[in-house]
Design a protein around this ligand. Structure first.
Ligand SMILES: NC(=O)c1ccc[n+]([C@@H]2O[C@H](COP(=O)([O-])OP(=O)(O)OC[C@H]3O[C@@H](n4cnc5c(N)ncnc54)[C@H](OP(=O)(O)O)[C@@H]3O)[C@@H](O)[C@H]2O)c1
Length: 305
């Protein structure tokens, strides 16, 4: 089968290649998914799990991509809950070969049914950004109606989901980003926008939840804005600036079938809009995902036309 792999950690994402690889076999509790569309996070080449398996053994060449939408073609021993021929979407396991390939083996519990009226490209764009936003806001951030959310990177893949879900939950959303991101952030539902290059973050005033996708100085400045009892949610690694009288959480997104169902239902009824900025074929994926070609929002790879 065709797959996009990296082999050289020093070269990172610039070392991506389209190669021929054996089709995966289904282990216990796995399903094999015939991949129709795949989503990729631009930082994958920096993740330790891209290079080693759970026992810290080198696993390169590693197939990239961890978001998938496709059709189940085989079940491993003991797999329940999904059936052959079913449309599915979800997150593939971080330590195993990913979804930028014609087939992927995924633990069944990490997938959810993809309704027949949702395009595969849309399905592949949702799992990581949608679940990260959901878990950051509702599981870790315990956001409530009437609270204020500072949504960093509000024009990006995660930030557009954070903005829409927080707004739907009745929060006031202050989006941030670069000057050029203002209109997109407002279009996705930010009530206000802070241009991090030219405005002062302090002018945002007190907030109940900071959803940080940037880290560093931006995180340090944001922490000072959190009201007592509020929360800093970081998705960029361990918290760098711990707020006083507030909770600080960093987390890595986990696949969750029920939450995927909530997210896709919102897409179907128009409450949630995905942030796809480009769709390319698998044969063109190396060029489309090249770090120098970065776009705002997600680039989805359509593996099967
Ligand atoms: N922990 C987890 O589970 C998890 C899950 C998903 C993503 N992540 C991480 O979260 C980060 C964001 O992911 P994403 O997919 O949303 O990325 P993305 O689509 O690139 O969005 C990030 C947005 O923030 C903006 N931004 C970054 N640094 C900025 C700065 N200093 N000033 C102003 N704007 C800035 C970016 O603008 P530019 O493009 O112009 O820089 C972009 O619009 C990545 O590091 C990713 O690895 C973590």
């Amino acid at each position: 089968m065709k797959a996009i792999v990296v082999t050289d950690q020093a070269a990172g994402a610039a070392g991506m290649r389209l190669v021929d690889r054996p089709e995966p076999a289904a282990a216990i509790n796995d399903v094999i998914v015939e991949v129709h569309a795949s989503g990729y996070v631009p930082t994958e080449a920096e993740w330790p799990s891209t290079w080693t398996d759970r026992a810290s053994r080198n696993r390169a060449p590693s197939v990239l991509g961890h978001e998938v939408a496709g059709v189940v073609t085989a079940l491993g021993y003991g797999t329940t809950g999904l059936s052959v021929g079913q449309r599915v979407f979800g997150i593939s396991d971080w330590h195993r070969d990913g979804t930028l390939a014609e087939y992927v083996a995924v633990e069944s519990r990490n997938l959810a049914p993809l309704p027949g009226d949702v395009d595969f490209a849309v399905g592949a764009s949702l799992p990581i950004s949608g679940l990260t936003a959901w878990q950051g806001l509702f599981v870790h951030g315990r956001i409530r109606a009437g609270q204020t959310v500072l949504a960093h990177g509000a024009a990006g893949a995660v930030g557009t989901m954070v903005t829409q879900l927080a707004r739907e939950a009745g929060a006031h959303v202050i989006g941030t980003g670069r000057a050029a991101d203002r209109q997109k952030a407002l279009d996705f539902g930010s009530h206000e926008f802070v241009d991090l290059d030219n405005d002062s973050l302090a002018d945002a005033g007190g907030v109940d939840l900071v959803f940080d996708v940037i880290g560093g100085d931006i995180q340090r400045q944001s922490t000072a804005l959190i009201r007592p009892g509020g929360t800093l949610v970081s998705i960029t690694g361990p918290v760098e600036a711990r707020p006083e009288n507030a909770l600080a959480v960093d987390f890595v997104v986990e696949s969750d079938r029920a939450q995927l169902g909530e997210i896709v239902q919102r897409v179907r009824d128009g409450r949630l809009r995905t942030n796809i900025d480009g769709v390319a074929a698998l044969d063109d994926a190396v060029a489309a995902l090249n770090p120098t070609q970065r776009r705002k929002g997600k680039t989805v790879i359509r593996v099967r036309p």
